[in-house]
Write a protein that binds this ligand. Structure first.
Ligand SMILES: C[S@@+](CC[C@H](N)C(=O)[O-])C[C@H]1O[C@@H](n2cnc3c(N)ncnc32)[C@H](O)[C@@H]1O
Length: 272
């Protein structure tokens, strides 16, 4: 089955943990999310497809402004949170389906995603399908991470942990995962192959507030996300956690919170 591993992961502990922390995740991503929503500039009466909408934050934000939004996702625990949060909000609906294969009608004005499109096994096929959900002239606005090395919030703690992990060789940077769309030439090529035109990239740099203190940030990294599973495999877990603590401590601001640099693309494209 296409996208099997990701569907399993997002329906398992990854999706459950994200859903438990939905407000914290939304607060963390807010500075980047705001820029993407501004960039999408969805107008009155426009129809939006929010791909990989997760717990629904961006779908609900757009619907609250009167836009008509359908969120697509494959994570049951995240959808449960999205439906709960969307109670009383008009103009928003959710479809539990693999966005790469779901049957779509060409009714959309905007294809939007906040970090929800980097998980397809076959991105060209997925975006060819997603294009079928847009009207002629419809546009795309995708917020995706740039490279791991440009995202110090992940690269630095990861680097600290890797000293305690047996090397398994370099991973494929385009394998489904958060950083799969880092290479803009690759993304431009796949969108062109999927039939999009006017493909463009805007660099977004910001800071993520990872925790209210170094200890809070370390706790969060040890409980959720790729670093949590690596910490489970570390030879000397306590030393690996201490190394992450050291990284976090070096980024404590005057108010005690930990903030580190984040780097994204806002990808735009349209349908001829
Ligand atoms: C990093 S989360 C982002 C969630 C949400 N957009 C947000 O910013 O809070 C990635 C999302 O993509 C979803 N996803 C992954 N593969 C998918 C697929 N094939 N079809 C639809 N959604 C998918 C996951 O279930 C998850 O909700």
């Amino acid at each position: 089955m296409a996208n099997e591993e990701q569907i399993e992961a997002w329906n398992g502990s990854m999706g459950e943990k994200w859903a438990e922390r939905q407000d914290r995740m939304d607060a963390l991503l807010e500075p980047l999310s705001r820029l993407a929503l501004e960039h999408a500039n969805v107008g009155a009466g426009e129809v939006v497809l929010d791909i990989g909408c997760g717990c629904g934050a961006t779908s609900i934000a757009m619907a609250a402004k009167g836009r008509s939004v359908t969120g697509y996702d494959i994570s049951a625990p995240m959808f449960a949170a999205a439906r709960e949060r969307a109670r009383g909000v008009d103009n928003v609906s959710f479809v539990e389906a693999d966005a790469s294969r779901v049957a779509l009608e060409p009714v959309g004005d905007v294809l939007f995603s906040r970090f929800g499109v980097m998980f397809f096994d076959d991105p060209v096929a997925a975006f060819t399908n997603l294009r079928s959900g847009l009207k002629p002239g419809g546009r795309v606005c995708l917020l995706v991470w740039r490279s791991l090395m440009e995202n110090e919030w992940m690269a630095q703690p990861l680097g600290a942990i890797m000293a305690f992990i047996e090397s398994r060789g370099a991973p494929n940077p385009r394998a489904p995962g958060p950083f799969a769309f880092a290479d803009k030439d690759y993304v431009a090529e796949l969108l062109a192959k999927a039939g999009f035109v006017d493909i463009g990239f805007e660099e977004i740099d910001g800071k993520l507030e990872l925790g209210s203190s170094a200890a809070d940030a370390v706790r969060e990294f040890s409980e959720m996300g790729p670093l949590a599973s690596l910490l489970e495999q570390a030879n000397e877990r306590d030393k690996a956690v201490a190394a992450v603590q050291e990284v976090m401590a070096a980024h404590v601001d005057d108010d005690g919170a930990v903030r580190m640099g984040a780097a994204c693309w806002i990808v735009s494209a349209s349908v001829a």
